[in-house]
Design a protein around this ligand. Structure first.
Ligand SMILES: Nc1nc2c(ncn2[C@@H]2O[C@H](COP(=O)(O)OP(=O)(O)OP(=O)(O)O)[C@@H](O)[C@H]2O)c(=O)[nH]1
Length: 452
C-alpha cells in the first residue's frame, strides 16, 4: 500500500514538473516570437480559433465514436460534449471578430461578446471534465442502458443550456446582458476581473483535482486531459494579471490551448495506431490458426491443397513441382507403448525437422494423423529425392538421449516422391506420391521411393 502511494506521489510530481517545463518552454518561445514580431496580424487570433474549433470538433467526434464502439465508457461522452460545446461556442467567438471575414472592418471586434463566449466555454468544459472524472470512477460498475441514456441526455441538456445562455447574453439577443469588457476602452470590467475569472480558475482547479485523484494520471490519455486543465488555469491566471482585452496574453492563451489540444489529438491518434496494430495482430493470429495444424504448427490440409493447386497452374517441364508424402513407421506402437502424449511429442519433433529441412518458399504440412507432406516448387525428381533422403537419414540418426526424451526411441519414416512436370490435379499428384510412399512401406519401411 505504502509502495503504491509512493508510486502515485512520484507520478504526480513527475507530471507537475513536466507541465512546468512544457509551459515554461512555450512561454519563452512565445516571448521570443513577440520580440521578433512586435504586433500580430488581426487575422491571427481568429485563425487560431478556427484551428482550435476544428481540433475540438475532431476530438468530440472521435470520443463519441469511441464510446459508440462498445457503449461502455460513458466518460468519453462527457469529453465529447465538452469539446463539441467548446467548438460551437468558438463559432460565437468567431462572430465577434468579423475582421477575418470582412476585408474593410479590421478594427471591428466585439470584445465583450468574445469574452462571454470564452467564459461560457470554460464553464461548460470545466464542469463536463469533472463529470467525466466521476463517470470514469464508475466505469467498472454495470450501468443500465437507462442510466446511460439519462446521463447522455443530462449532458446534452446542460450543453444546450450553456450555448443558449451564451447566445442570449451576447449582443445577438437583447434579452440578457453581461458586461465583462468595455468595448470602448478595451478594459476588463470588474465582473470579469474578480468574480468570473476567479470562479473559472477555481472550477478548473476542482476539475484538475478531481481528474488527478480519480484517474491518477494513469496513461497518456489522462495526462493529456490533466495537462489541458493546467493550461487553462495558466491561461486564466495570465488573463487575470493582464489588462487589455486585446492583450498579448490572449495569443499566449491560444498557444497553450492549441498545444494541449494537439497533445490530446496525438493521444487519440496513438490510440488508433494501437487499435490498428492489435487488430492486425489478432487477424494475423487467427489467419495463422486457420491455415495451421494446432498440434505441430505445420500447414494444414486445406492450405496445402490450395497452395498445390496454385503451384500446379504454372507447372511445366522447366518448372517442375515435387510432392513428398511421408508416414512414420509403426507409429501406433509408440502410442501404445508410451501413451498418446508422448506420441504427440514425436509428431511435433518430426514436424520441426521437416520445417527446418525445406526452403522458406516450400510448404510443409500435416495432412493426416502421422502423415506429412512437403511441397517443393521448381524442384526436379532427383533434387526432391535428395531432400527426402536427407530428412529420412537425419530422423533415423536421433534417439532418446539426443532429443532430450522427445523421441522415446529411434524412429523411422517412409517417403514417396512424385514430381509433376505437366498439368495434373492436386489430388492425382498427392495420390502418386502416396503410392510411392506405400511402396516404401511394403518394401521394408525407412526408405524413399520415387514414383514411376
Ligand atoms: N499421438 C497421436 N497419435 C495419432 C495422432 N493422429 C493419429 N495418431 C495415431 O497414429 C497411428 C497410425 O497408425 P497406423 O496408421 O496403423 O500405422 P503405423 O502404426 O504408423 O504403421 P505403419 O504406418 O504401417 O508403419 C494410430 O495409432 C493413430 O491413433 C495424433 O494426433 N497424436
Amino acid at each position: 500500500m505504502l509502495a503504491i502511494n509512493h508510486y502515485i506521489k512520484n507520478k504526480y510530481v513527475q507530471f507537475f514538473v513536466g507541465c512546468f517545463i512544457v509551459i515554461g518552454i512555450l512561454h519563452s518561445l512565445f516571448n521570443e516570437l513577440v520580440e521578433k514580431i512586435p504586433s500580430f496580424s488581426p487575422l491571427l487570433f481568429p485563425m487560431l480559433t478556427i484551428f482550435l474549433l476544428v481540433f475540438h470538433l475532431f476530438i468530440a467526434s472521435f470520443m463519441a465514436m469511441k464510446y459508440w464502439c462498445d457503449r461502455m465508457r460513458l466518460y468519453l461522452m462527457a469529453f465529447s460534449f465538452a469539446f463539441a460545446g467548446s467548438a460551437l461556442l468558438m463559432v460565437g467567438t468567431l462572430s465577434s471578430y468579423p475582421a477575418w471575414l470582412d476585408l474593410y472592418q479590421f478594427d471591428v471586434v466585439n470584445y465583450n461578446d468574445a469574452m462571454i463566449y470564452f467564459t461560457f466555454r470554460h464553464l461548460l468544459m470545466a464542469v463536463l471534465f469533472i463529470v467525466s472524472a466521476v463517470l470514469f470512477a464508475l466505469r467498472n460498475r454495470s450501468l443500465s442502458r437507462t442510466f446511460h441514456v439519462a446521463v447522455i441526455s443530462g449532458m446534452f441538456i446542460f450543453t444546450a443550456l450553456i450555448l443558449i445562455l451564451a447566445w442570449l447574453y451576447s449582443s445577438n439577443s437583447p434579452l440578457l446582458t453581461l458586461d465583462l469588457v468595455d468595448n470602448e476602452t478595451r478594459q476588463y470590467m470588474l465582473l470579469w476581473k474578480k468574480p468570473t475569472n476567479i470562479t473559472l480558475i477555481a472550477l478548473w482547479v476542482i476539475s484538475l483535482a478531481t481528474l488527478m485523484s480519480i484517474t491518477r494520471v494513469r496513461n497518456l490519455f489522462w495526462i493529456g486531459g490533466n495537462f489541458l486543465c493546467i493550461c487553462y488555469i495558466a491561461t486564466l491566471a495570465m488573463l487575470f494579471l493582464g489588462g487589455h482585452a486585446e492583450d498579448l496574453s490572449w495569443y499566449r492563451a491560444r498557444l497553450f490551448e492549441a498545444v494541449a489540444t494537439l497533445l490530446i489529438i496525438f493521444v487519440l491518434l496513438y490510440d488508433v495506431f494501437n487499435l490498428y496494430r492489435e487488430s492486425h495482430l489478432k487477424y494475423q493470429q487467427s489467419y495463422q490458426n486457420s491455415i495451421r495444424d494446432p498440434l505441430t504448427r505445420l500447414y494444414n490440409r486445406s492450405y496445402f491443397y490450395d497452395t498445390l493447386n496454385h503451384a500446379l497452374r504454372t507447372v511445366k517441364p522447366t518448372e517442375p513441382v515435387s510432392v513428398i508424402v511421408s508416414d512414420l513407421d509403426r507409429f501406433k506402437r509408440i502410442n501404445d507403448c508410451y501413451g498418446h502424449l508422448q506420441g504427440d511429442k514425436v509428431l511435433q519433433f518430426v514436424a520441426q525437422l521437416l520445417m527446418d529441412s525445406v526452403r522458406p518458399q516450400d510448404v510443409a504440412a500435416r495432412i493426416g494423423g502421422e502423415e506429412f507432406v512437403l511441397l517443393l516448387t521448381h524442384t526436379p525428381p532427383e533434387a526432391a529425392r535428395q531432400v527426402a533422403e536427407r530428412i529420412r537419414l537425419k530422423l533415423s540418426s536421433f534417439d532418446k538421449a539426443s532429443t532430450d526424451g522427445q523421441l522415446p526411441e529411434p524412429i523411422t519414416i517412409s517417403m514417396g516422391v512424385f514430381t509433376a512436370t505437366s498439368k495434373i490435379s492436386a489430388e492425382e499428384c498427392v495420390g502418386c506420391a502416396d503410392k510411392a510412399m506405400y511402396e516404401a512401406k511394403e518394401t521394408g519401411r525407412n526408405r524413399v521411393v520415387v514414383f514411376g
